[in-house]
Design a protein around this ligand. Sequence first.
Ligand code: SF4
Length: 101
Amino acid sequence: MSGRYGARRANGTEYALPATALITSWESRALCRHAGAGCFIPPLREEPEGERHARELAAKSVCAACPVRAECLEYALRVREPFGIWGGLNETERRALERSR
Ligand code: SF4
């Protein structure tokens, strides 16, 4: 999968979303459109903690400079994205943010 726009089914398999479903006003300005999806979405295999930490740091460094970070995070919270880095937060951090609201 290349680019940010894949999704993962509940059984863990990945699939690509159709381009027409992806380009919204904020997504067209997403920095991760030009970055590999590898650091934003966890691999299908078991991921060692150190590897996960490094992957998430790489993704978060892209998010930190992204002009649509707030929109991305609100989207992920609204649809309850179960995996990956969205708006600079991983799934655990998003759940904590939801609980704090
Ligand atoms: S905040 Fe991060 S995950 Fe969201 S669009 Fe920007 S770069 Fe992509």
